[in-house]
Every structure is written in C-alpha cells, then in structure tokens.
Design a protein around this ligand. Structure first.
Ligand SMILES: Nc1ncnc2c1ncn2[C@@H]1O[C@H](COP(=O)(O)OP(=O)(O)O)[C@@H](O)[C@H]1O
Ligand SMILES: [Mg+2]
Length: 316
C-alpha cells in the first residue's frame, strides 16, 4: 500500500529545499529588526509586554549571530516571548524544539523514511528533513525549549551548528549553509528545576544569558489587563491589586511559585466563574475560589495558599 503522507505532500523529490517548503511552509512577512517596532508588535500581535532590556539584548545578540539563553522561573514568559521574537525577527514562524533526554540529531536534523529508503536507497529522495535543518534552510528562528533536559552530547552538536551556521549531513554528503540572518536560536532553561542537567562551560561561553524575573506589580497589572481584554471590566481593580500581592507573597514562601502565567489563569478563571454564576462582576468570593484551584499545585502548599488568600482576599 502506498504511504499516503508521502503521496500527498509529494515528498519523493530529490530537492531537500523543496521538500522543506512543502512540509514546513514558506509563508514570509516583513522581518522586524528594531527594538521599538519589536516591542510594539509583541504587544499588539502576541499580547506580550516585554522589558526593552530583553528585546534589545536579544536583537544585539542576533546582529552578531549569537544564541541567547533565557533563564528564569516557570511562567515568566520565556517560551512565548522567545517564540514571538524569533518569528518577528526572521519573518517566518519559528520552530520549537522541546528538549528531552533522548533527543538526538535524527529527530532535529533529519532521518530516512524507512519505506522510501527500501525503495530508493539511503539518498535525498528518502531523507526527511526535521525542524533544525528546516529552520536553517528557511532562514527561520529556532526555540530550543528547556535545554537543561537535553544531553551534553546534544548541546555540543548544537554549538557546532551555531558556530559555523551550517549543518552537515554525512549520509547525504551534503553541507547546508545558512543564507541570511533569520536563522537564530533562543534557548530557555529554568535553573531551579530539579533533576536537570548542568549546562557545560563550552555551552555557557557561547550564549548571551538573559535572566527572567517576576515583573514589578504595575507591569503585571498591565499584563492581566492586556490578556483579559474587555473581560477586565468584570474584575475590580482593587481585587487585581490584591491578587498581585498574593502571588508575590507566594513567590517568597511557597514551593510552587506562581508565575505570570498562573496569575493570568487565575484572573481568567475568576471572571469565568462570575460569568457562569450570571454575575455582573467577579467578587472576592469567586476570586478566592479560583485562587484555591489555580495557585495550589502541591499538597505542601495547601495551608499556605489558603492563609495568604485569606489575608488579602478573605471574605468575612
Ligand atoms: N511578558 C508577558 N506578557 C504577557 N503575558 C505573559 C508575559 N509573561 C508571561 N505571560 C503569561 O505567561 C504565559 C506564557 O508563559 P511561558 O512562556 O510558558 O513561560 P515560561 O516559558 O517562562 O515557563 C502567557 O500565556 C501569559 O499568560
Ligand atoms: Mg517554557
């Protein structure tokens, strides 16, 4: 029986570039290369409010073809911001590689389709390009997520590609070289996550490290406003301020530290609870209830979460 996926995409060609376009698409838009425009587009197109320091350092690194490492606690926007900046910078949707221990070159550069290899042999016809090679060919960005979860061997392979801006596929006797400056890499990592590998000196020497932290309360308020859209009218502003107090105290005391992502989720759930009950606005009661179910991710934090919610949002 004919393998349908091959027939549909007409991937039996010998031209790897054509194959990459057929699989991964070739829609392009105008790249964004200035800090000001980047900040504006991140907010408008991706609903992300990003520190200018992060944007300017990232752009500066890219101008030098240097990879960037976003490091910081969960839910501080590393993955979403990295993806959005890479996409805007290159004018092509970025690729995301979620790392795991057994990630290897075959899964990121390419491998041979077994049926086609049987039919045609191990050559370009049966070779299936994977995201990293696709990004280099399409001059697009790559987000390598949670790099500490990968092996040192994998990290070293990446460094060689980044240094030389080319990928060698020995099985095909071919060298693919980056053509433009769209091919850039952002790594993310959370150094506090347990059971993760250390990053090697060779790795750290190459990257520009940018630390992510929790934003000041005013910025976090802005983010909630931006993310809730018109639903922001259902959440009184004094309550939002209290919610920000709650997450900030939990960040100091809890084992599971709520990120910006958790605050956004908490706000959304509060508003939806109010809607579900047919209320015009969320009250402390809905916010308290939603808080219990979004902020507490560990049994050990249960008492603490309740205590802090009571302190700021308790209904007496
Ligand atoms: N700067 C920001 N602007 C807007 N939303 C943000 C920002 N930072 C974090 N968020 C929230 O967090 C989510 C993204 O978090 P994510 O990128 O997964 O974090 P990380 O990769 O650091 O764990 C968004 O969907 C949004 O709810
Ligand atoms: Mg992430």
């Amino acid at each position: 029986m004919k393998d349908r996926s091959i027939a549909e995409y007409n991937l039996e060609g010998e031209d790897i570039e054509e194959k990459v376009k057929a699989i991964y698409g070739s829609v392009r838009f105008k790249p964004v290369r200035t800090v000001h425009e980047m900040a504006y587009r991140l907010r408008k197109d991706y609903k992300l409010i990003v520190d200018e320091r992060i944007i300017s350092l990232t752009i500066a690194a890219f101008l030098n073809n240097r990879p960037v490492l976003y490091e910081g606690p969960p839910g501080t926007g590393k993955t979403e911001i990295g993806y959005a900046i890479l996409t805007l910078w290159s004018g092509h949707s970025a690729f995301i590689l979620p790392c795991s221990e057994n990630y290897d070159e075959y899964r990121v550069i390419g491998d041979f389709h077994p049926l086609m290899a049987m039919k045609y042999g191990f050559n370009e016809k049966s070779f299936m390009p994977r995201p990293l090679l696709a990004a280099l060919i399409l001059d697009a960005g790559v987000l390598i997520d949670e790099i500490r979860r990968s092996s040192e061997e994998f990290q070293n392979m990446l460094l060689d590609i980044i240094d030389k801006r080319r990928i060698i596929v020995p099985e095909l006797k071919r060298v693919f070289t980056a053509r433009g400056s769209g091919f850039q890499i952002i790594f993310t990592s959370n150094p506090e996550d347990i059971a993760q590998n250390e990053l090697s000196d060779a790795f750290l020497r190459r990257v520009i490290r940018i630390k992510f932290t929790y934003p000041p309360p005013e910025r976090e308020y802005e983010i909630v406003k931006l993310r809730l859209n018109s639903d922001i009218n259902l959440l009184p502003s004094d309550i939002i301020s209290k919610m920000i107090d709650v997450v900030n105290e939990l960040r100091k005391k809890a084992i599971h530290k709520p990120g910006i992502a958790d605050l956004v989720l908490w706000s959304t759930l509060s508003v939806n609870l109010a809607k579900a009950k047919g209320l015009k606005k969320a009250t402390r009661k809905e916010v308290y209830e939603a808080g219990l179910h979004t902020l507490c991710k560990r049994v050990e934090d249960e008492v603490l979460v309740e205590e802090i919610l009571n302190k700021y949002l308790g209904v007496t």
